[in-house]
Design a protein around this ligand. Structure first.
Ligand SMILES: *Cc1c(COP(=O)(O)O)cnc(C)c1O
Length: 370
C-alpha cells in the first residue's frame, strides 16, 4: 500500500500565517478538488474558526461539506447551472453568478422558499473563462439589487498571470477591476467583500494586492506549497503532505539487462533495484519514467524504466542497505533531504496543483495533528 500523511496542524498554521500576513483580512480558504488532494472534510474541519469562508468548485463538493456538519459559509467559485439552484438553496450555499437567467431561477426559488441567497460576482478582467465581463459588471450588480432575495456578498477577479515578467497583464486586470470597484463605490452599491489574491498574487512582490482589498482567496499556500519555486518567502509556510510507498521487492540485475515495460532502460553496470508499490494508478505521474527521484533512508535514488500502473522501480547505489518493507518518500522531507512537490512537478512537466489533485482515491490519507 502507498499512503499520504497529512498534518492538519500544519494546514491550520499556514492559514494563520496567511491571515497574519494580510493583517487579519478575511481568509477565503480554497479547498476544491478534495482540498488539493489533502481531504475535503478533514481540511475544512482543521480550518474551523480560521477560514472566514470556504471555496469549492462544485455544488457536490459543497454538499459533502454540509453533510459532514461543516457550517462555515461556502462559496462556489464557478458558474452553476439552473439545475443546481434547489441544492444551493437547500444547503445554504453561495453561488458565483454572472448570468441573468441563472439569477432569475435563483430568485424565483428563493422567493418561493422565503430565503435570501448570498451570491458572489466574478468579474472577468482578462482571464476570459468565466464571470461577467468588466464592462458589464456595474450594471449587472445594479440589476441584481432589484432581486431582493439575492444579496451580493462579494466581488472578485482572478489573474491570468502573476509572473513578474508579465506584470503588465496583471496590472491591466487590476486596473480594470479597480475601475469597477470605484464605479460601484460611487453608486453606493459596493459589496462588503472585495478579493483578488490567490496564492501567487498574495506572494507577488510586484503589487500591493494583499492589502488593496479586504479578503484573500487562497488555496495552494494553505497546503504549504508555492505555485512556483520562490527564492524568498515573505513569511514561512510548511508543506502539509508527505507521500510514501513501501519497497515490496529488491533484486540485482547484470549490466545489459533491461527494466520494466518497453525495455527502454538498460543497466550499464551491475545494479541493485528496489520496486515500490506506487504507480500511475495511484496518480504517480508516468512522466517520471526514467526521470523522477524517490527518497529512501534520507537518500535520493533515480527512477529507472517506465512507471507502471501499480509499481515503480528505482536504482539503488552499492552502499545502500535498502530492503523489503522499507519506506520510500515520493513527496516530502526526511532529515536533511527534501523532495518537494514542485520538484516532482517540474520533472513531470506539470504544476504542483496537478500532482496533488491527482493523488488517487486508492491512496489512503492518514491524518495527524502534531
Ligand atoms: C483555485 C482558485 C483559487 C485558488 O488559487 P491558489 O493558486 O491555489 O491559491 C482562487 N480563485 C479561483 C477562482 C480559483 O479557481
Amino acid at each position: 500500500m502507498t499512503w499520504a500523511e497529512v498534518d492538519l496542524t500544519v494546514v491550520r498554521q499556514n492559514a494563520l500565517a496567511i491571515k497574519s500576513y494580510v493583517d487579519d483580512r478575511k481568509l477565503i480558504a480554497v479547498i476544491k478538488s478534495d482540498a488539493y488532494g489533502h481531504g475535503l472534510v478533514p481540511v475544512a474541519r482543521a480550518l474551523r474558526s480560521v477560514a472566514d469562508m470556504l471555496a469549492v468548485a462544485t455544488v457536490n463538493e459543497a454538499i459533502e461539506l454540509r453533510n459532514n456538519q461543516i457550517d462555515t459559509p461556502i462559496m462556489i467559485l464557478y458558474s452553476s447551472l439552473p439545475q443546481d439552484v434547489s441544492a444551493i438553496i437547500e444547503h445554504d450555499l453561495q453561488p458565483t453568478v454572472s448570468s441573468p437567467e441563472f439569477c432569475k431561477s435563483l430568485f424565483q426559488l428563493a422567493s418561493e422558499k422565503r430565503r435570501t441567497v448570498r451570491a458572489h460576482v466574478n468579474i472577468d478582467t482578462g482571464m476570459n473563462r468565466d464571470g461577467i465581463r468588466y464592462q458589464q459588471a456595474t450594471s449587472f450588480i445594479d440589476w441584481l439589487l432589484s432581486l431582493p432575495q439575492i444579496e451580493v456578498a462579494s466581488i472578485f477577479t482572478h489573474f491570468a498571470t502573476t509572473d513578474v515578467n508579465k506584470s503588465s497583464q496583471m496590472y491591466k486586470q487590476l486596473d480594470r477591476f479597480k475601475i469597477v470597484v470605484s464605479e460601484l463605490r460611487q453608486q453606493n452599491i459596493l459589496p462588503p467583500i472585495v478579493h483578488v489574491a490567490s496564492t501567487a498574487a498574495l506572494l507577488s512582490p510586484i503589487s500591493t494586492i494583499r492589502t488593496d482589498f479586504n479578503a484573500v482567496r487562497v488555496g495552494l499556500g494553505l497546503y504549504g506549497v508555492l505555485p512556483v519555486m520562490m527564492k524568498r518567502m515573505p513569511f514561512p509556510l510548511s508543506p502539509a503532505l508527505t507521500w510514501k510507498a513501501p519497497v515490496i521487492s529488491v533484486r540485482n540485475v547484470k549490466a545489459g539487462e533491461s527494466v520494466s515495460y518497453g525495455s527502454d532502460y538498460k543497466a550499464n553496470i551491475d545494479q541493485k533495484l528496489a520496486t515500490l508499490r506506487v504507480g500511475y494508478g495511484d496518480g504517480y505521474p508516468r512522466q517520471l519514467s526514467n526521470n523522477g527521484q524517490v527518497m529512501i533512508k534520507n537518500k535520493l535514488y533515480p527512477i529507472v524504466g517506465q512507471v507502471c500502473m501499480d509499481v515503480t522501480i528505482c536504482s539503488l547505489d552499492s552502499y545502500n542497505t535498502v530492503s523489503v518493507g522499507d519506506t520510500a518518500i515520493l513527496i516530502g522531507q526526511e532529515m536533511t533531504t527534501n523532495l518537494p512537490v514542485n520538484q516532482l512537478a517540474n520533472r513531470a512537466g506539470t504544476i504542483p496543483y496537478e500532482i496533488l489533485s491527482q493523488i488517487n482515491k486508492r491512496v489512503p490519507r492518514l491524518y495527524n495533528t502534531s
